[in-house]
Design a protein around this ligand. Structure first.
Ligand code: ATP
Ligand code: MG
Length: 562
């Protein structure tokens, strides 16, 4: 049975509802969803969850998913955001075909529906000020009071509403309200505002309108006009559902089913456009696509893959109660994907010069190195080895602690895919005492990949050849916030991590990366996954560290899950 098959391991309560609707033929078996962003900021990883749910359900049930811009508030919305949102949805791997819609395209229709409600005695023009409306609304424990303007005649309401549209009244002087129930236990049903006057040009309708529909009024109508069957939104809209239903019932229109799910919260992260906007506008980050931002644009620039994000969204599932997801899970999904596909390379972030004193001066060997031990089909490349190399400064200690398997005076290590070397001495800066160079000998009989080269030592280091290396800037990132829940600090800005970005210059990269282009990803051996930043140009290479290699979550999984 097809239905049964769908109730598989990745089933969720939304799928169950849709299946029932298909079985009962509620919408003629159709499934039509939409992703409805408001273009007042960039999309973030929480939106990715919503995108995956909406587009994913449509695909799974052979239906359609629209992209709809919920552009009803001209004050904060901009065309730049529209373009960014489209790019992000496309990058995540979803296609809305020719169904790119805007709530603003329906403004005229919304207006006609409003007239219909006025004529039915279900909407009225109110002259109370915004403050008075708030005061009259009452509270959760006290019923609201009816506005003195509530019982205007239909004719008077029609005339006033027309004049509102014509621009005859000042902002804030009048609104159109639905006439529902001022004593309802649900505050959303206490005569909610449908239109307010805003003498602000709109990014699409320009100066055509000076009255703008409120979200609750516009949203359900947009869903209905587009023939949506399942209007999937986050839990905070649960209390708005009676209003969603009321508008569509009063107008007797096609009536989608609204279904609410828990929004994504991530530890060490804020996911609210208002807060993200503040980070950008007050300069705490370097724009919406700063690699520390949880925006799709930021994650992309950081080196995330769409596959990793989609996999993450699949794994967190869809639930009806709020929770916080460990950001370690997102990083785990990323590592899992990059481990399979990122070619390996050697890079030295904090270089220390190593001279192999018994290696001939002008000799260069091209050593064969595998591109990805996880995937032999990715082949191998040649990496030059010569007398002067760089290793990581942190891989040498003049005075090593117990259990040190890296380089130290008199100790041996293997250079990855090359030879075993032994430290014979150091050169120091006469003034600071800092080690500036390490002198080693190599053992010619230990070449990797040769039958006789198999002698083993405990430590293996990555390295690059000085004469062949490329220079690069590497940006290391840490969490943007110091607390798992940045909001518990009062003002989330107070727990920004002052060390969330560390820039290293003069890093050395193996020469095979000379043609790397922005967006390309690599695993730098022992250091993590890195992605070429868009600030790179020509020989001026800039890398972002996408994520380190250490995977806390993998251990949790092996133990049988969190
Ligand atoms: P924010 O709370 O960040 O300001 P929003 O809800 O105002 O977001 P919209 O552009 O209105 O942003 O959201 C578009 C869709 O994405 C909505 O259906 C909304 O429910 C959903 N969405 C927003 N944030 C999340 C989240 N954290 N997890 C899941 N879905 C989300
Ligand atoms: Mg919203």
């Amino acid at each position: 049975m097809e239905g049964k098959a769908r109730r598989g391991p990745s089933s969720n309560f939304i799928k169950e509802i849709i299946l029932r609707d298909i079985e009962t033929n509620r919408y003629g078996g159709r499934v039509h969803t939409r992703f409805p962003p408001e273009p007042n900021g960039y999309l973030h990883i929480g939106h990715a969850k919503s995108i995956c749910i909406n587009f994913g359900l449509a695909a799974e049930f052979g239906g359609l998913c629209n992209l709809r811009f919920d552009d009803t508030n001209p004050v904060k919305e901009e065309a730049e955001y529209v373009e960014a949102i489209k790019e992000d949805v496309r990058w995540l791997g979803f296609d809305w075909g020719d169904r790119e819609y805007y709530a603003s395209d329906y403004f005229e229709q919304f207006y006609e529906y409003a007239i219909q409600l006025i004529k039915a005695g279900k909407a009225y023009v109110d002259d109370l000020s915004p403050d008075e409306i708030r005061e009259y609304r009452g509270t959760l424990t006290e019923p609201g009071r009816e506005s003195p303007y509530r019982n205007r005649s239909v004719e008077e309401n029609l005339g006033l509403f027309e004049r509102m549209r014509a621009g005859e009244f000042e902002e804030g002087s009048r609104v159109l309200r639905a006439k529902i129930d001022m004593s309802s236990g649900n505050l959303n049903m206490r005569d909610p505002v449908m239109y307010r006057i805003l003498k602000v040009p709109h990014h699409r309708t320009a100066d055509k309108w000076c009255i703008y529909p409120m979200y609750d009024w516009a949203h359900g109508l947009s869903d209905s006009i587009e023939g949506i069957t399942h209007s999937i939104c986050t839990l905070e809209f649960e209390d708005h559902r009676p209003l969603y239903d009321w508008f569509l019932d009063e107008l007797n229109l096609h009536h989608p089913r609204q279904i609410e799910f828990a929004r994504l919260n991530l530890s060490y992260t804020v996911l609210s456009k208002r807060k993200l906007t503040r980070l950008v506008e007050e300069g705490f980050v370097d724009g919406w696509d700063d690699p520390r931002m949880p925006t799709i644009a930021g994650l992309r620039r950081r080196g995330y893959t769409p596959e990793a994000i989609r996999n993450f969204c699949e794994r967190i599932g869809v639930a009806k109660s709020d929770s916080v997801v460990d950001i370690g899970l997102l990083e785990h999904c990323l590592r899992e994907d990059l481990n399979k596909r990122a070619p390996r390379a050697m890079a030295v972030l904090e270089p220390l010069r190593v001279v192999i004193v018994n290696y001939p001066e002008e000799r260069v060997e091209e050593l064969e190195v595998e591109n990805n031990p996880e995937d032999p089909s990715m082949g191998s490349r040649r990496v030059p080895f010569s007398r002067v190399l760089y290793i990581e400064r942190g891989d040498f200690r003049e005075d090593p602690p117990k259990g040190w398997f890296r380089l130290a005076p008199g100790r041996e290590v293997r250079l990855k895919s090359a030879y075993i070397i032994r430290c014979e001495g150091v050169v120091k800066d006469g003034r600071t005492g800092e080690v500036t160079e390490v002198h080693c000998t190599y053992d010619p009989g230990t070449k990797s990949g040769t039958p006789e080269g198999g002698r083993r030592v405990k430590g293996t280091l990555h390295w690059v050849s000085e004469a062949h290396a490329l220079e690069a800037e590497v940006r290391l990132y840490d969490r943007l916030f110091l607390r798992p829940n940045p909001d518990e600090a009062g003002d989330f800005i107070d727990c920004l991590n002052p060390d969330s970005l560390k820039v290293l210059r003069g890093c050395r990269i193996e020469p095979s990366l000379k043609d790397a282009v922005p967006g390309q990803r690599f695993q730098f051996l022992r250091l993590g996954y890195f992605c070429v930043d868009r600030d790179s140009s020509g020989s001026n290479l800039v890398f972002n560290r996408t994520v380190s290699l250490k995977d806390r979550w993998a251990k949790i999984e092996r133990k049988g899950g969190p």
